[in-house]
Design a protein around this ligand. Structure first.
Ligand code: ADP
Ligand code: MG
Length: 263
């Protein structure tokens, strides 16, 4: 386990470096305040292509703010956030492109209530990717099939269960062909019997190689799909490791205390 901020002693043998690939998501010394509240404190985080990072931590620790900053739904005070080696754009077309490159799924499903399921998924591709309606519909149906709700395509969001709506939200984000998917507590608002149908879709996405940052307390998901668990508390990354080590042998008192409460 390498705690955040751990610096290897000068005498240690460096690990063999296989590839100097640019991380897909790169945060360095990111700081963010809400008035007096220092919500992100010197956050360093690299996410490699195809990596699945689960972010876990007490309520109020800055997990949602972190996700929102990566999608530029929040600005940061200082530090660097890069996607694919480029700083996040601030405005205009480039920002719209960023929002499609960084797919986001929230706790509340946020579907367009007055559009059909199919339209929810085709809207972005038509507007932002410039697809013809027919092409957008073909792609959307394939995605709805993939998340198991193709038969619901002509219905309105309110006619679907929470689990179905959340799977549509995932399909909608995927329709933009994102480079990375952010999930912010995607199952927290669901009735318990619907949690697994959403997690199953996320596990299969992870297995297909999607780069994912997932805020969740679902240990089963972390164990099945995560390459790394990042534990946040009070705006800081307190520790990070592979899921098995984190859940069975957390290093910090904060993490032990937190796991004691949720497990
Ligand atoms: P988490 O997702 O880990 O629960 P958040 O990132 O939502 O944490 O919030 C971290 C802290 O920042 C909390 O104390 C929250 O109240 C505060 N906060 C979040 N958004 C805002 C905002 N827009 N204005 C002021 N404070 C905020
Ligand atoms: Mg949150």
């Amino acid at each position: 386990v390498t705690p955040a901020g751990y610096v290897a002693p000068m005498t240690s043998t460096p690990e063999p470096v296989i590839e100097h690939a640019t991380p897909l998501v790169h945060l360095a010394a990111v700081n963010k305040h809400f008035g007096p509240l220092h919500v992100l404190q010197n956050i360093d985080l690299d996410v490699a292509r195809g990596e699945v990072v689960v972010v876990i931590g007490p309520s109020g620790s800055g997990k949602s703010t972190l996700c929102r900053a990566i999608n530029r739904l929040e600005t940061i005070d200082d530090g660097v956030i890069e996607l694919d080696g480029k700083p996040l754009p601030a405005e205009g077309k480039a920002l719209a492109k960023l929002r499609s490159d960084v797919g986001m799924v929230f706790q509340s499903f946020n579907l367009f209530a007055h559009k059909s399921i199919l339209e929810n998924v085709t809207l972005g591709p038509i507007k932002v990717r410039g697809l013809k309606k027919k092409q957008a519909e073909t792609e959307a149906m394939a995605l709805l099939e993939r998340v198991g709700v193709a038969t619901q395509a002509s219905k309105m969001p309110a006619q679907l269960s929470g689990g179905q709506q959340q799977r549509v939200a995932i399909a909608r984000a995927l329709a933009m062909k994102p480079k990375v998917m952010l999930f912010d507590e995607p199952t927290s608002a669901l009735d318990p019997e619907m949690v697994n149908e959403v997690l199953d879709v996320m596990v299969s996405l992870a297995k297909e190689g999607m780069t994912m940052i997932v805020v969740t307390h679902e240990m089963g998901f972390a164990r099945k799909a995560a390459d790394r668990v990042v534990f946040m508390a009070d705006g800081q990354i307190v520790e990070q490791s592979d899921p098995e080590s984190f859940f069975t042998n957390p290093q910090s008192e904060r993490a032990r205390d937190f796991l004691g409460k949720i497990l």
